[in-house]
Ligand binder design. Structure first.
Ligand code: MRU
Length: 340
């Protein structure tokens, strides 16, 4: 995965427009906070780590109405961007880091440089995080050749390589035979559109299945492991991820297939005792009822569209972080590894 998911160029935030993939590879340029907010909310940029990086750069775009910068405009930007999406805690983690800079730098002349340095550091750390998760995850997946994933937790969801896909890129690069089965991931099809696109670009064999096919694939012994990302992990290891992850974990347990979650330390929320407390984003009717302008549901029918579900920790074989792996995650083991 060598495509740049996002980059800060000429004082602007350039994003691969993920709503247009795989039909077109185009870049969307954000020149201000409102455009960044809109890009996060519309999933032009999506995936927990990428949302955090984009929001951090978004703060750097803050200006007053007259075009000048001020401390207050940065605070306003942070407050506004925090309302873009509720579930991925990486958004709030990144904005908290940016706020700490605004709070601590007294000299207004150097503030904008310090903010850009912080956003760049968040971006750089993300690359290293992906590499480290790739390395740790490859140790677990070393005997696996057929891996199932859900949604997109790859390079498009981070700065590069991803979380769940990082071990796959690592093994593929090392010459290990590995193929990926990608759930299409209704309703926005991140698996079919994005995971299949980026793996094909990298030459990793990938097969797309509709979400309802995973059970029979697991039952027939065609899958060696399931690996997914996460948007927020509670202190006890319960993990929120794209809707459809939880039923996949139940199926994996029933069929005795290991179920791995790969996520950086910035995806953990130790303030939440369990996954029941994770806020779940509810998205609009049209994503389910009218995808791409095609009417699939009669007007009289109600639609529900929660974007995420929560997988209880006891269904998770291991959580892979950049700092190492926790088998059979519990609050105590996670606190030990992550230093809470
Ligand atoms: O709604 P999305 O596309 O932002 O959801 C993304 C996911 O659920 C990913 O699996 C998660 O953010 C992990 S990305 C490394």
């Amino acid at each position: 995965m060598t495509t740049q998911t996002l980059a800060f160029n000429d004082g602007c935030l350039d994003l691969i427009d993920q709503t247009r993939l795989p039909s077109e590879l185009v870049t969307l340029r954000c020149e201000n906070v409102d455009q960044t907010f809109d890009a996060i909310q519309r999933l032009v940029v999506r995936g927990a780590p990428a949302i955090g990086i984009a929001a951090a750069y978004g703060v750097c775009l803050a200006r007053r109405a007259d075009g000048t910068r001020s401390r207050q405009s940065y605070f306003d930007a942070i407050e506004h961007l925090a309302k873009s999406r509720p579930t991925a805690v990486n958004l709030f983690w990144a904005l908290d880091r940016m706020k700490a800079i605004v709070d601590s730098v007294d000299d207004d002349d150097t503030l904008s440089d310090r903010l850009l340095r912080e956003a760049t550091a968040i971006h750089d750390e993300d690359r290293q995080m992906c590499r480290d998760i790739g390395r740790h995850g490859a140790e677990l997946l070393g005997d696996c050749h057929r891996v199932l994933t859900h949604c997109n937790a790859g390079g498009l969801a981070t700065s590069m390589w991803g979380t769940a896909l990082a071990p796959i890129y690592h093994l593929h690069d090392a010459g290990h035979t590995i193929e990926v089965f990608a759930d299409e991931t209704r309703p926005l099809l991140q698996g079919a559109r994005l995971t299949a696109w980026e793996l094909s670009q990298a030459g990793v064999p990938v097969t797309v299945l509709t979400d309802s096919m995973s059970g029979s694939l697991l039952r027939s012994g065609q899958i060696d492991a399931v690996i997914v990302g996460a948007d927020r992990i509670a202190a006890n290891g319960d993990a929120a991820n794209k809707i459809g992850t939880y039923p996949l974990a139940v199926l994996a347990r029933y069929h005795r297939v290991p179920f791995y979650v790969a996520a950086p330390s910035s995806t953990f929320d130790p303030a939440l005792a369990s996954g029941d407390l994770i806020p779940i984003e509810q998205r609009g009717r049209d994503e389910v009822a009218n995808p791409h302008g095609v009417k699939l549901v009669p007007d009289a029918a109600n639609v529900i569209n929660p974007a995420f579900d929560v997988t209880p920790a006891d269904l998770i074989t291991a959580i892979i972080t950049e700092r190492g792996t926790v088998m059979e995650p519990s609050r105590e083991k996670l606190a030990n590894l992550l230093g809470w």
